[in-house]
Design a protein around this ligand. Structure first.
Ligand code: UDP
Length: 313
């Protein structure tokens, strides 16, 4: 049994992770400032004696009696992380610094959820961990991309300089139930638009690609990584199945039986053209690969959003 801190535990991936860790008999403290996370996501955990929620930000230092830290705290959806970019940089950098200090003080193992955004607009495809990326340091995505990059730097410096036991994972696009319907991500937008009969908004011509990993698979990888001694990463976590945004729109329309039409909007600047993880390292070191096919994951996600709409939430 571990005493585990999950920062960003009220967020999309975080709440699934908290639940999984509790199921395995751990004690879990969730630290979240509720900027994009929501207490709704944790409603069923409120009465669990092994679960504690603290409303607070990783931008401040914390001292908690824990032996594992999963650092997930950071808005991840472009409209959210761009709405207060200075806060995003602070969350990434100061959040990493404060959590690493906590890990150092308590001798805890600490896992950083980095991102495929460290590769920026990739010129190598698919992206292996050895690729150093092509990131604009001044564009509108930079607050997130560079924030996450410097957080990786800090993790490796704490490891080399102070011997902190670190894990770094680079998470590619993840989707599934409990992603906020207003999150602004492509999967949540398309499904909500399809279910409400609204126009489906493709940014650009829809030829850009992404790979979508179901949240249960992502959480499995996080837990495996945390519990793999001596493997710092960085390691890519994502689903190697690549599809265009246009194909995703078609699938969602077809699976929801929606009468929505597709409309085209301007492509935001610095929006990566192609993205696909090389997951050889995760396969080899974690014995992990995604299990949930896109069709099945989308079905479960559509059912979740249908439920929200039916309950008027
Ligand atoms: N996208 C889109 N319509 C939307 C939301 C997003 O076409 O309503 C596009 C977006 O421009 C990007 C891709 O879908 O090319 C994935 O966007 P998302 O925000 O989900 O994630 P990220 O860009 O961070 O991978």
């Amino acid at each position: 049994m571990h005493r585990i801190l999950v920062t960003g535990g009220a967020g999309f991936i975080g709440n699934h992770l908290c639940r999984r860790l509790l199921r395995e008999g751990n004690r879990v403290v969730c630290l979240d400032d509720l900027f994009t996370g929501s207490l709704e996501n944790l409603r069923d955990l409120r009465d669990d004696p092994n679960f504690t929620f603290i409303e607070g930000s990783v931008i401040e230092p914390w001292d908690l009696d824990v032996d594992q830290i999963y650092n997930l705290a950071c808005p991840a959806s472009p409209p959210h992380y761009q709405s207060d970019p200075v806060r995003t940089v602070k969350t990434s950098f100061l959040g990493a610094l404060n959590m690493l200090e906590l890990a150092r003080k308590r001798g805890a193992t600490i896992l950083q959820t980095s991102t495929s955004e460290v590769y920026g607009e990739p010129q190598v495809h698919p992206q292996p961990e050895t690729y150093r990326g092509n990131v604009s340091p001044i564009g509108i995505r930079a607050c997130y991309d560079e924030g996450k990059r410097v957080a990786e730097t800090l993790f490796f410096d704490y490891h080399r300089q102070y011997g902190v036991d670190i894990r770094v994972v680079r998470i590619f696009n993840t989707y599934g139930p409990s992603m906020n319907p207003l999150d602004g991500r492509v999967v949540s937008n398309f499904i909500m638009q399809a279910l409400r009969g609204e126009d489906i908004t493709i940014y650009g011509d829809g030829s850009q690609t992404r790979c979508f990993c179901y949240v249960r698979d992502t959480v499995e990888a996080l837990v495996r990584m945390m519990n793999t001694p001596g493997f710092t990463g960085p390691v890519n976590l994502g689903n190697p199945l690549e599809i265009t945004v246009g194909e995703l729109a078609e699938r969602v329309v077809c699976m929801t039986g929606s009468a929505s039409r597709v409309v085209f909007r301007d492509l935001p600047s610095d929006d990566p053209t192609r993205r696909r993880p090389d997951i050889s390292l995760a396969r080899e070191r974690l014995g992990w690969e995604p299990r949930v096919p896109l069709e099945e994951g989308l079905r479960e996600t559509i059912a979740y959003y249908r439920g929200l709409i039916a309950r008027g939430e």
